[in-house]
Design a protein around this ligand. Sequence first.
Ligand code: SAM
Length: 247
Amino acid sequence: PGKLYVVATPIGNLEDITQRALSTLQQVDFIAAEDTRNASRLLNHFSIKKKCIAYHDHNENSQSGKLIEQLIAGQNIALISDAGTPLINDPGYHLVKQCREQGINVVPIPGACAIIAALSAAGVATDQFYFGGFVPAKQQARLAVFKKLTEQTFTSVYYESTHRIIASLTDLQTSMGEQQQIVIGRELTKTFETFFAGTVAKTLDWIQADRNQQKGEFVLIIAGVEQNSEIDQKSMALLAKLKAYMP
Ligand code: SAM
């Protein structure tokens, strides 16, 4: 059988494509792309001429079967999404799962990924982190998700779109309090790349004051609750002792 190459593409800056991604895209028999028009733009830029077929959220199920047949027949296929690493909040899960079940080789060609880019430059603890995907679109779900984070000791990371960034930050403030520390990574690797770090309250002031900052693509990083520092543990122990003397 052939191999499925899961190829990461840039999240903005086209120079972030890897040598290995380019040679893989050149060598495969064809490319399965989330959006064939976006794919053509990328391929044209690198002067790669290759057949592209659509593989997206709406045809993932039916398309996976066909792709599996072609892989079994010996075709090598590259899977790409619109930006960054496929399967990271992008199509591909069905295909990769089926390949694994059928013993077809799946080869990752790593590269850009917005969460990792944001974490690498945010200045928050990254030894452990939780990735929550997109912040829920509905307010109730959003408030509940953020409420849960008040107990999270490690960093949390979410994707957010331009349409809901203010609503999300507002709900984050409601659920976690204005003093919660966050970092926003916006338009990473692009011309207007911006990082803003501070309390939710400060971040809201900043973003509401400048419409331009509300545009584009966002990674929202939420610091974990104070990882019980030594002093905290001492205070807690003291409080516990004092409690015994309280009326
Ligand atoms: N597969 C992609 C990856 O590896 O990062 C993520 C795809 S997901 C459908 C798209 C979301 O990722 C955007 O709404 C945004 O939250 C985030 N994102 C993608 N590119 C970004 C960038 N250049 N700067 C900030 N966030 C970005």
